[in-house]
Design a protein around this ligand. Structure first.
Ligand SMILES: NC(=O)C1=CN([C@@H]2O[C@H](COP(=O)(O)OP(=O)(O)OC[C@H]3O[C@@H](n4cnc5c(N)ncnc54)[C@H](OP(=O)(O)O)[C@@H]3O)[C@@H](O)[C@H]2O)C=CC1
Ligand SMILES: CC(C)(CO)C(=O)C(=O)O
Length: 312
């Protein structure tokens, strides 16, 4: 199976590196940058849970064409970059190529189906976590399960099952999700909590829970998101979800620097619109007040619009 991972950042590198370590036929796609150059020149180093390091030879390409015959394309850029990055690849895949998004936030599958209406496309979520520590070197610091929803296309579904098998063999625990909308909301609750709060406080995920105030803020943003989810037809128990988010922060993802924290540290645009912003926007549509998510979205937007003016 030939795989193209679009986006050679933290997660693209983790998935690409783990698959390549198992000798799978995988390539990354990214514009050139120092991290990409380092991977192409000296390989990708993954620092694992026990601080053991693996370096794999991996190729990051800047072009792709139908002749490359990719079976699966995994989208691993930030949500706001999907359209512009994939627009360059619109003629690069055959109609059978299966497109998969595991990106955080809402609306990712819709972007894929809009850009590639003739291709099978599925969505899912990542429980894995990682950050680019320096060029060519990533820290694998999140170990929960990944989920991918079914494809209605029987040929694509076969491919998907094979891909899931490859991920599992590569040590990235992944399951087929029967109710992918529920899975996506479940992940969104974790992201509304940790991504924005860690970006604002510049803490690792688990350190949000060091204070009662941090835990209280987590509960408030997650409770608002749960109310919006309910209005969208996804009903879940508040105490169960809050407890799950707390547990994940203490265990599976506690040591990770969230992807939004990394964006803030690197003075980049964040995914706030697809995460807390999406909750606030849907809340408005349903007449549900979301003051915490609205405030947090506003503050992140002020920060990302004014990086140049920040006082050190
Ligand atoms: N990191 C984590 O722990 C987790 C992340 N996720 C999700 O996975 C997805 C990928 O996140 P992550 O790997 O952390 O992101 P990164 O920012 O580390 O990587 C994104 C990659 O996309 C590339 N890219 C190419 N073109 C563009 C463009 N036009 N604009 C912006 N980026 C571009 C970037 O290259 P360049 O540097 O040249 O811009 C970069 O290599 C996100 O949806 C995130 O929410 C989910 C679970 C955990
Ligand atoms: C689960 C979490 C918060 C792991 O850090 C994540 O999805 C991210 O960083 O984007």
């Amino acid at each position: 199976m030939k795989i193209l991972i679009v986006g050679a950042g933290a997660m693209g590198s983790l998935f690409g590196g783990r698959l390549k370590a198992r000798k799978e036929d995988v390539f990354l796609y990214n514009r050139n940058n120092p991290h990409v150059e380092k991977i192409n020149h000296s390989g990708l180093t993954i620092v694992e849970r026990d601080d053991q390091e693996t370096t794999v030879t991996l190729t990051v390409v800047q072009e792709a064409s139908k002749a490359d015959a990719y079976d699966v394309v995994l989208v691993m850029v930030k949500a706001h970059a999907t359209k512009s990055v994939l627009a360059n690849l619109q003629d690069s895949f055959s109609p059978e190529t299966l497109l998969i998004t595991l990106q955080n936030g809402l609306g990712n599958l819709e972007i894929l189906t809009e850009l590639f209406p003739g291709n099978p496309a599925v969505a899912g979520t990542m429980g894995s976590g990682a950050s680019v520590e320096s060029d060519g070197r990533i820290l694998h610091r999140g170990w929960a399960k990944n989920y991918i929803g079914r494809s209605k296309d029987t040929v694509a579904q076969e491919k998907l099952l094979e891909f899931i098998e490859l991920l599992n063999r590569s040590g990235l625990e992944t399951e087929l999700a029967e109710n992918v909308q529920r899975v996506i909301w479940n992940k969104l609750f974790v992201n509304v909590a940790y991504n924005s709060l860690t970006a604002l406080t510049r803490l690792r995920n688990g350190d949000i829970l060091n204070t009662g105030e941090g835990q209280g803020l987590l509960r408030s943003v997650v409770t608002e998101a749960l109310q919006v989810a309910k209005a969208e037809g996804i009903s879940m128990d508040t105490e169960e979800i809050v407890a799950k988010c707390l547990q994940m922060g203490r265990e599976d993802i506690g040591a990770n620097k969230s992807s939004m924290l990394m964006d803030i540290l690197n003075k980049r645009k964040t995914e706030i619109d697809a995460i807390n912003g999406a909750v606030a926007k849907l809340g408005k549509q349903h007449g549900i007040e979301t003051p915490y998510n609205e405030l947090i979205t506003g503050i992140i937007k002020v920060i990302e619009a004014n990086y140049d003016l920040q006082i050190d």
